[in-house]
Design a protein around this ligand. Sequence first.
Ligand code: HEM
Length: 138
Amino acid sequence: MGSRFLALVPLLGGCPTVDLGDTPTDIGLCNPAGGIEYFEAMIWPEFVRPADTMKGCTRTGGCHDEAGGNALGFRTQPVDFAFNYRQAQVFLNCGTPEASQLLTKPRAGLDAHGGGDLFVAGNAADDAAVASFLAWFD
Ligand code: HEM
């Protein structure tokens, strides 16, 4: 038994190691059921960058575009959806979607927010935007 085992030693030493590559950066991040497709089709035009430029998150100066300087910073020049989705994921809570900071910060009466209360309950357009946000997780 001893000598046959010793014959295996060089083989053991030479086992190739398989490089699994870097750990994907989004391990552990919330990935809502609607994914990046829903983010691009619904969340971006309705919630992040709506037609009404007084709403949304990417108003210039201290908000959430390239010049914002906050932890949440979207790329708008040009729009980079893969990057922006990844930014949004950091502020999502898949276990309790309505507790996602991406919602609680701009939603009136929940989290204090440097950008103010952008979604006020009872305002039809705001309620629709919040409902559309929560549908992302369905
Ligand atoms: C629907 C649109 C918006 C969303 C989803 C949103 C979301 C957030 C989130 C998740 C944070 C915490 C992470 C961070 O510090 O970056 C935050 C903070 C902040 N936001 Fe917004 N925001 C929105 C609109 C705005 C706008 C329009 C402004 C500027 C007028 C703004 C200004 C700020 C500032 C100054 C902070 C840092 C201070 C704080 O924690 O409150 N935000 N926002």
